[in-house]
Ligand binder design. Structure first.
Ligand code: ADP
Ligand code: MG
Length: 339
């Protein structure tokens, strides 16, 4: 008899899960993106021990209809795309239909959900990828997903997890990025019982920035509001005292999605060079609107690299927008003395 055998469905599920949810922050990213895709205007994320023992993501979005409950936990099942041509114009954050199935495969999940048209909601229990119970429950419209004991059935993976403090830091960074990406959504983030963030969701980038960096830092931020070379560039940059020891606080949102681009880091850092000490980096949240044809986004959800058709044009537009922001505010704050 040969040595090669097909993997069991259960094992296939666990292996796939390892790729989608490598750590608590990755699971939370998927859950929050689902909430945003469901049209939520409030999203609450609560974790304990960096998310290793407990994660809860709660939203006031569309909810999941009874007829879709089982499918929601199936691998490669999604409500977001159906045809091949949909891949060219993805408007949602998720579309692979893997997240819920993957998270459920390696944890104990409880979901309560109610759609607008229903009077009662449903409570679904899933353990290690298998639905163990579905019953009616009273709950507000929207969806709440609780994930306990992440990787409880994957001892190897559990052993590889960093200390809960490091996992909490990764979740904190993720929440910063999520909160800044959607000033129109009210986010609440609670870690070990302490509220870390609560944004108003009033649609203003300034209040989102203030939630993250505090009102004192906000006073020193320079407002960017410019356009050029086919880009509209808005947001804030923090220089001087607000500069940081690394570039982790340089955020770029392109057409509403968090993106990473060396070109954009360079443009901002060059513009701020004279106002940031050597070895330090500016803080920024720049919201860039650009024609979809002008960017090439790698659609792998974990690779958020963006490439621009006209790199020089983008670089120059962003650099001059930031330079203008610094100059305008400087002129406003400290009028140039005339001799
Ligand atoms: P994807 O987001 O790629 O479609 P997921 O596994 O993350 O795949 O979710 C599967 C489906 O479950 C989604 O397509 C959506 O219909 C539904 N769903 C998941 N989370 C939520 C939520 N918070 N609110 C409403 N529907 C949800
Ligand atoms: Mg999803």
């Amino acid at each position: 008899m040969g040595k090669i055998r097909p993997l069991s469905e259960n094992l296939i599920g666990k292996i796939a899960a390892g790729e989608v949810v490598e750590r608590p922050a990755a699971a939370i990213k998927e859950l929050v993106e689902n909430s945003l895709d469901a049209g939520a205007t409030t999203v609450t994320v609560e974790i304990r021990e960096g998310g290793l023992s407990y994660i809860r993501v709660s939203d006031n979005g569309s909810g999941i209809d009874e007829s879709d409950i089982r499918m929601a936990f199936e691998r490669h099942a999604t409500s977001k795309i159906s045809r091949e041509q949909d891949l060219d114009s993805i408007a949602t954050l998720g579309f692979r239909g893997e997240a819920l199935a993957s998270i459920a495969a390696v944890s104990k999940v409880t979901m309560t959900t109610r759609t607008a048209g229903r009077e009662t909601g449903l409570k679904v229990t899933n353990e290690g990828g298998k639905i163990t119970d579905i019953k009616e429950t009273a709950c507000p419209q929207g969806t709440t997903i609780t994930v306990s004991d992440l990787f409880y059935n994957v001892p190897v993976r559990k052993g590889f997890m960093k200390k809960s403090g490091q996992e909490a830091t990764a979740v904190h960074d993720l929440m910063t990025q999520m909160l800044l990406s959607r000033p129109d959504v009210s986010f609440r983030y609670i870690s070990n019982g302490k509220t870390e963030y609560h944004s108003p969701g009033d649609g203003q980038t300034a209040t989102a920035m203030q939630t993250v960096y505090g009102s004192r830092a906000m006073k020193e931020m320079k407002a960017v509001d410019d356009h050029g070379n086919g880009l509209v560039i808005k947001g804030y940059v923090g220089i001087g005292e607000n500069a940081r020891g690394n570039r982790s606080q340089e955020f770029f949102f392109i057409n509403g999605r968090v993106m990473h681009s060396k070109i954009l880091n360079d443009a901002v850092e060059t513009a701020c060079r004279e106002r940031v000490m050597i070895g330090k980096f500016p803080v920024c949240a720049l919201y860039i609107t650009i024609a979809y044809e002008a960017v090439d986004v790698n659609v792998h959800p974990n690779k958020l690299q963006v490439r621009f058709r006209d790199e020089t044009g983008v670089y120059e537009a962003v650099m001059s927008a930031v330079l203008n922001a610094i100059r305008v505010r400087d002129a406003f704050e400290q009028p140039v003395e005339m001799v």
